[in-house]
Design a protein around this ligand. Structure first.
Ligand code: KG4
Ligand code: ZN
Length: 339
């Protein structure tokens, strides 16, 4: 099956957290995807400071939109529609992207549409296969979300389970700090863990929760205790591997169990944590063993980006949906079309 993509050049904008991003798409083709990350600045405060994030989006939004247009060889007047993340996320951050989208849409007299951030992550897999329309079991793993979704088709979603507490990305970030690793948490743990050769010297417990549920908050305490052990101090790469395994194993085993249970042929893993090489490798092995197809976005489209918002937005705009000038941002919102 193929989608009725929005016809004409589409400008997409994402600013829900600490990345300012703009992309230009022509149907499913991503012509440019520019991302300005504030992560380095927030690092000094140990987390995203909403007020500072909003102000940095104000500074970045026009330069990022202009370079996305330039890199795609698109004149502003050629843009036929705009898709922008309007929910969920930090209100101040979302408002900057939506205000820019509204102003541009009004001045160009073109339609715009607010896109749910997680619907963007879900359909980032269209960058791999633009004809993929579901069904699938899709695992969304990011800094703010860990959700297992049965995707029956575009706009038809059922939540199978989610985290009871911390998100998987949050667990990577917090445990990295507890281990004294610098830089973005997920990548820091992945890089340190890749240096651990041979059998595991350290192990961390996996929370016992429901078959489609996750829990990562206890991992912080366990990691803090482990970090105090001389074995961890002397072997930081094994400590990092223990954290990575304690996060990856429940993600993989529960996604596979739900996929087998529902009898789907395709499994998708999306969101920032889907960039994790160990998670990708293990999902590849387990899906192949079960004769299932695995779709993961290219690494650049795992973490927050405007191209994924453009892919989901293009399908909705192509169906004739559009927003009005009164439409606003929302900090919390369930996926559209949730059963
Ligand atoms: O999707 P995303 O960019 O933002 C949210 O919507 O939350 O996800 C960011 C999260 C962060 O927690 C980051 O540590 C994690 O994705 N992440 C990774 C990797 N790259 C990014 N986690 C594990 N391994 C990675 N390679
Ligand atoms: Zn995200």
């Amino acid at each position: 099956m193929s989608f009725d993509w929005f016809s004409g050049k589409l400008l997409a904008i994402e600013s829900s957290c600490d990345e300012t991003s703009a992309a230009v798409l022509d149907g499913p083709n991503i012509l440019s995807n520019v991302i300005a990350s504030q992560a380095d600045v927030h690092q000094q405060w140990g987390g995203v400071v909403p007020e500072a994030a909003a102000r940095m989006h104000v500074e970045a939004i026009l330069p990022v939109v202009i370079s996305a247009l330039e890199q795609s060889g698109t004149a502003l007047t050629e843009v036929g529609g705009i898709a922008v993340t309007n929910r969920p996320g930090l209100i101040g951050s979302l408002s900057v992207g939506v205000a820019a989208a509204k102003a541009l849409a009004y001045s160009l007299d073109i339609p715009w549409l607010g896109v749910h951030h997680l619907e963007g992550h879900l359909w980032s897999v269209l960058a791999v296969d633009p004809t993929f329309a579901g069904p699938s079991v899709s695992l969304i793993v990011s800094g703010g979300h860990t959700e297992l979704i049965h995707v029956e088709g575009f706009g038809k979603y059922r939540v199978l389970g989610q985290t009871r507490d911390d998100a998987a990305g949050e667990a990577f970030d917090k445990c990295a700090r507890l281990l004294g690793l610098s830089g973005p948490g997920g990548v820091a743990i992945q890089n340190a863990a890749s240096k651990a050769a041979g059998d595991a010297k350290l192990r961390l417990p996996i929370a016992k929760v429901g078959p489609t549920e996750f829990s990562f908050s206890g991992l912080k305490t366990a990691t803090a205790h482990m970090a105090a052990l001389p074995e961890a101090a002397n072997n930081p790469e094994y400590a990092a591997r223990a954290v990575q395994e304690a996060i990856v194993e429940p993600l993989v085993s529960k996604t596979m169990a739900a996929s087998l249970d529902l009898g789907v042929e395709t499994v998708c893993v999306v969101g920032g944590v889907s960039a994790n090489l160990r998670l990708r490798e293990e999902m590849e092995i387990r899906t192949r063993r079960c004769g299932m197809r695995l779709i993961v976005p290219p690494i650049a489209l795992c973490t927050d980006n405007a191209a994924m918002i453009g892919l989901a937005g293009s399908i909705r705009l192509g169906r004739g949906e559009s927003a009005s000038n009164e439409d606003d941002v929302r900090s919390n919102a369930v996926l559209p079309g949730l059963e």
